[in-house]
Write a protein that binds this ligand. Structure first.
Ligand code: NDP
Length: 453
């Protein structure tokens, strides 16, 4: 490695992928710096996965209080008060704790943290403020940022970034979009007692998920009071104080206390000067890399949300490990994007791994479909009208389980284990020969005997 440069590696962006790459590379003996303009830990820790999950927990509490009566607990529901600023403050304190952990993780491995906004002045030089830093390798790990469609009044539309710091909860809210973030925030808001309407331009939200999962989730969300409007978009928003008039494409006008857009995210490359150096961006603005995270400029690599691979923390973490090994290890290693398990923390939550029924049919597999719907045991005494769905997509020719899908409590927890089986190529016969854990919801996955299709 060259001693002529200030560093062997400068990583721009201290999110999940950037921090993992920096730490692993420093542990391999590289001289590493990370430049960060905002917060350590990136979207996941600050305005994504972590605070979102804390809000999901918070919004579940009302259900728990309602369910208590069936178990003999007398909770005066008409006297229950919820303190939103308290939840936000406690969440903020936890995020600050995690920011500190990220700082210590970096510093303890000898990574230099440079606070400020980075610009690349040449293929080996990063400028932050008045200082230039040189490095043999530069990795762009700047992540992504919410996009709000260009409609009149867009400046008063919030995104997930602002939702995490909302000073007060409104009585009513409109959530625009039909992806992960829209359904998760619709669930959080509804759980906290906000009258919530979700607007989606298509005919059923969560495009790309298994059809049964989408329909089942739709039904359960409706039961929880979320108002779903399909085939509509927002044409304009007018704001007066904390009151919003939302003009919809179907002619309807909605009055509400908050409008949030969860209409996708774009690569965050503003001001880096990448294209001036010859780094290519795709038509949708992502940094173009090859299978080894290499951009068109030999010294510049990129990973994480900014390259347009699935925008998930574990993907960025895995990319960071692969790239570190490529740059400072034995030069080997590939990313494997097959069977990425994922959870959507809507309410009830979704867990999914492998192919959807639609994808498997499209790929030409002859299938057996196993499906089970039931009321979780916990809700028998409480009387809660909530059901769970479990589904296996099986290749009829070789008996391999191609996909597992679930809607219900702890779907993410259950799906993580199933992901190992699916990654290992488990067959339905092996699922069937696995003993259940009784009584659990998860045991359904090993006791579905008769195909429904
Ligand atoms: P998604 O890409 O998941 O969803 C965007 C939604 O907005 C889609 O329903 C899309 O509709 C709709 N949309 C896009 N453009 C417009 C437009 N111009 N007008 C109206 N509607 C529009 O993005 P999110 O913002 O929800 O999340 C970004 C990513 O972050 C996710 O894809 C996921 O990778 C990650 N994430 C993961 C989470 C998890 O793991 N639990 C949680 C949150 C985010 P259409 O379907 O028609 O394209």
């Amino acid at each position: 490695m060259s001693d002529q440069q200030d560093f062997d590696l400068i990583v721009i962006g201290a999110g999940s992928g950037g921090v993992r790459l920096a730490r692993m590379s420093a542990q391999r003996g590289a001289r590493v710096a990370v430049v960060e303009s905002r917060y350590l830990g990136g979207t996941c820790v600050n305005v994504g996965c972590v605070p979102k999950k804390l809000f999901v927990y918070g919004s579940h509490v009302h259900d728990e209080l309602e369910d208590a009566a069936g178990y003999g607990w007398q909770v005066p529901l008409d006297d229950v008060r919820f303190d939103w600023p308290r939840l936000v403050a406690n969440k903020n304190a936890e995020i600050e704790r995690l920011n500190g952990i990220y700082r210590r993780l970096l510093e303890s491995t000898g990574v230099t943290i440079i606070e400020g906004t980075a610009t690349l002045s040449d293929a080996h030089t990063v400028v932050v403020g008045d200082t230039s830093y040189t490095a043999k390798h530069i990795t762009v790990a700047t992540g992504s940022w919410p996009v709000v469609p260009d409609v009149p009044g867009k400046e008063c539309i919030l995104t997930s970034n602002e939702m995490f710091y909302l000073p007060q909860l409104p009585k009513q809210a409109v959530v625009w979009g039909g992806g992960y973030i829209a359904v998760e925030f619709a669930g959080i808001l509804a759980g906290l007692g906000v009258e919530t309407t979700l607007l989606y331009r298509g005919d059923l939200f969560l495009r790309g998920f298994d059809g049964d999962v989408r329909r089942f989730t739709e039904n359960e969300m409706r039961k929880k009071g979320v108002i779903l409007k399909y085939g509509v978009t927002i044409e304009s928003v007018d704001a007066e104080n904390a009151h919003y008039r939302v003009q919809l494409s179907n002619g309807e006008v909605m009055e509400t206390g908050l409008v949030m857009a969860a209409t996708g995210r774009r690569a965050l490359v503003d001001g880096l000067g990448l294209t001036d150096l010859g780094v290519q961006l795709s038509a949708s603005g992502y940094v173009v890399v090859d299978d080894h995270f290499q951009t068109a400029v030999p010294s510049i690599t990129a990973l994480g949300d900014v390259i347009g691979t699935p925008q998930l923390t574990p993907v960025a973490l895995a990319q960071g490990m692969v790239l570190s090994r490529r740059l400072f290890g034995d030069g080997q290693g590939e990313m494997d994007y097959s069977a990425i398990p994922t959870a959507v923390f809507c309410q009830p939550s979704i867990g999914t791994v492998g192919l959807t029924e639609e994808e498997a049919r499209e790929a030409g597999h002859r299938l057996r479909i196993y499906r089970s719907e039931f009321r979780p045991m916990k809700y028998t005494l409480s009387g809660r009208d909530e059901r769970s769905l479990m589904k296996l997509v099986v290749d009829d020719e070789n008996d391999r389980v191609l996909g597992a899908h679930m809607v219900g409590p702890d779907a993410g927890e259950i799906t993580q284990g199933l992901a190992i089986a699916i990654k290992a190529g488990a067959t339905k016969a092996q699922f069937d020969s696995t003993l259940g854990i009784h009584p659990t919801s998860a045991e359904e996955f090993v006791t579905m005997r008769e195909p429904v299709a």
